[in-house]
Write a protein of this length. Structure first.
Length: 90
């Protein structure tokens, strides 16, 4: 999966969960800019875990603050071929 495809999927997850137009969610958007509070962020990460069949450890989840953080972490997993039971290390 290309980085662009991954970014689009993550943007879609965030847009849907926050009831935002997809074009409002960019790769450079921070959760703060999008009005995403800590509870919303947790729900987004649960959706990402489900979508990509990964497990995001609590310590890594606490450091995720932007769309790019999410995409970069997932890309690292995919590059390592660790889908499934892998852990996202942001």
């Amino acid at each position: 999966m290309s980085n662009q495809e991954l970014t689009e999927r993550v943007r879609g997850i965030i847009a849907a969960s926050q009831h935002l137009a997809p074009e409002k969610v960019t790769a450079d958007s921070t959760f703060e800019e999008l009005g995403i509070d800590s509870l919303d962020g947790i729900n987004i990460l649960f959706a990402v875990e489900s979508e990509f069949n990964i497990n995001i450890p609590d310590d890594a989840a606490q450091s995720i603050r932007s769309v790019r953080d999410v995409v970069d972490g997932i890309a690292k997993l995919l590059d390592q071929g660790q889908e499934g039971q892998a852990a996202l290390r942001a």
